[in-house]
Design a protein around this ligand. Structure first.
Ligand SMILES: [Zn+2]
Length: 293
């Protein structure tokens, strides 16, 4: 067994230089050493962003109002919003961030606060109804009357502006498709009644246009009830109305297309789907589109 030694920075540093080399196909910025081995420094080719232009992402849609104004405006409300944007986002997210925050690192001295995590970042999903005596949070708040949800969000974030929170909450309820999809799942589960283990699985079916990401619609997100013989492949988001006694919050697979938009609601206010293994590659030389997986 190796003895524990205090960690010291190595004496020589490896310097990758600036991360400013753009992919010729998608414009993603890279370090030059990330280029594929067969390409030169003068005409670098990259595989890890868009696989040489085969993955074509649709540009982000213009954010709806009032988010757009808050992102670009210079008035006091917009400035306050931008200085607390991660807090607003977290207050309005459907999922929560699960991290093992390394508390030791900030104990020593008045240095800049450092966010270091142990292990990896997880996005967690809870039951759609809060347990008795616990105030609702995250997706649970989308099941409530808007005035109740707003009050709960302000109770947890009393330093934020109520008018901004209210405007963003209304906007997301209108524009983020998962607000309606979660509500639909909740109503299905309410109809099923008090059946232990009743669950709804959210699975995204690939859209018609195989080259591009589509905005999710309720028709594309299949709601699968238990007992249909489909075991799922571990990628579905599983929703329950009540937490099974003692069960931990559920971890969402990071290859579910809704992984990013369920947490980063202010980055993807239209619920734009993120990367997933069923995305099609754009290869005109092939007769049929080829899936990544
Ligand atoms: Zn690229």
């Amino acid at each position: 067994m190796a003895a524990r030694r205090e960690y010291r920075d190595p004496e020589t540093r490896h310097d990758l230089g600036p991360m400013n080399v753009a992919c010729a196909h998608c414009g993603a910025l890279h370090w030059i050493d990330e280029r594929v081995a067969a390409s030169s420094k003068h005409a670098p080719e990259f595989g890890i962003c868009c696989n040489h232009g085969k993955v074509q992402l649709e540009g982000l849609h213009q954010p709806p109002e009032p988010l757009h104004r808050l992102l670009v405006g210079n008035d006091a409300q917009a400035q306050e919003f931008r200085s607390h944007i991660t807090q607003y986002n977290s207050a309005l997210a459907f999922t929560s961030l699960g991290v093992s925050d390394d508390k030791n690192i900030n104990k020593h001295g008045p240095n800049a606060w450092v966010f270091r995590i142990l292990g990896n970042l997880r996005h967690l999903s809870s039951a759609l109804t809060a347990p008795d005596g616990v105030s609702p949070s995250y997706a649970q708040l989308y099941m409530y009357d808007p005035s109740v949800a707003l009050q709960q969000r302000m109770n947890r974030n009393s330093n934020l502006r109520r008018d901004t929170m209210q405007a963003l909450q209304t906007m997301l309820t209108l524009f983020h498709p998962y607000a309606a999809i979660y509500k639909q799942a909740y109503e299905i589960l309410e109809d099923v009644g008090d059946v232990e283990e009743a669950e709804v699985r959210l699975r995204v079916m690939p859209g018609q246009d195989h080259r591009r990401y589509n905005l999710p619609t309720a028709e594309e997100v299949a709601v699968i009830l238990p007992g249909d013989g489909s075991a799922g492949d571990g990628r579905d988001i599983i929703l329950r109305n009540r937490q099974v006694n003692g069960a931990p919050m559920q971890r969402i697979s990071d290859i579910h297309p809704a992984y990013a938009p369920l947490y980063y609601v202010l980055l993807f206010p239209h619920g734009e789907h993120g990367w997933h293994p069923d995305i099609y590659l754009d290869e005109p030389e092939k007769a049929h589109p080829q899936r990544l997986s």
